[in-house]
Design a binder for this molecule. Structure first.
Ligand code: IPE
Ligand code: IPE
Ligand code: MG
Length: 248
């Protein structure tokens, strides 16, 4: 979707995106292996999903595995994929019970077949979920998304179904993997890192950033609520002046 206008500034964001970071450091602090950190992050995921749904958030996007994460040691990648399969299987009944729909963005065809199968099954089972959509970003990167959108748009142009001068921001948004999902109003990143790490590059154009030093496995319901409260204190100006916002 296109950039949101100030009229959309509702107290509860419709879309919250999260960069779940710091599992490895959390494990290291405890003298454990990195995978122990990943395993210990499931509670944070569960509490965040619940807190978001309870707050009335409509879309929650979790950055679970980036394109760049494929470059990690093979044993860590394998363990992460196994954890993904296990977690989806374990959590699907709760998603169903809470009317939460599961969706995935990213180059999911590059995931192990077992992951793709589990994901497809969970997405199908939860497709009627109307309370909130949980979007998992898997093998995702913002540059991949912009590239695949450009490639598909170029194909439409070459076939004569799309005229170059008809391409607008809305057209672009419609070709991205997030088509139909509003841009996030709030981005939460844990572990104190102050970067986007190739997440939703287009979609984050006017997103409010909230960075906490907490490591992801320690993130709980109340921390999500703190992030929402911080968001509510922000003045979203979208390029205008503060005075202009109070006039209309
Ligand atoms: C986030 O934690 C999980 C993934 C990227 C899959 P990290 O594994 O990046 O943990 P740190 O940043 O090394 O502490
Ligand atoms: C970002 O975390 C990706 C996910 C949380 C899935 P990273 O730990 O991979 O990010 P960088 O490499 O430190 O920027
Ligand atoms: Mg990290």
């Amino acid at each position: 979707m296109a950039a949101r206008s100030e009229k959309d500034t509702s107290p509860i964001p419709a879309h919250v995106a999260v960069i779940m970071d710091g599992n490895g450091r959390w494990a290291k602090q405890k003298g454990g292996l990195r995978i122990f950190g990943h395993q210990s992050a499931i509670t944070a995921v569960r509490e965040t999903v619940e807190a978001a749904a309870e707050a009335g958030v409509r879309f929650l996007t979790l950055y679970a595995f980036s394109t760049e994460n494929w470059a990690r040691p093979a044993h860590e990648v394998t363990a992460l994929m196994q954890l993904l399969v296990h977690t989806i299987r374990q959590e699907t009944p709760t998603l169903l019970k809470n009317s939460i729909r599961l969706q995935a963005i990213g180059q999911t065809e590059s995931l192990p077949v077992s992951c793709q199968r589990e994901l497809a099954e969970a997405m199908e089972l939860t497709q009627a979920g109307s309370r909130m959509t949980l979007v998992l970003a898997l093998s995702y990167s913002g540059r991949w998304d912009l590239t695949q959108a450009s490639r598909r748009m170029a194909t439409e142009v070459a076939a004569g179904r799309l005229q170059p001068d008809q391409i607008t921001e809305q057209t672009m948004a419609g070709f991205l993997s997030t088509a139909g999902i509003p841009d996030p109003e709030l981005l939460i990143r844990t572990s104190g890192e102050q970067r986007i790490s190739n997440f939703l590059l287009w979609q984050l154009a006017y997103t409010e950033l909230y960075i906490t030093n907490l490591l992801w496995p320690d993130f709980r319901r109340e921390h999500f609520q703190e992030a929402l409260q911080a968001y509510q204190q922000r003045e979203r100006r979208f390029g205008k002046t503060s005075e202009q916002l109070t006039v209309s």
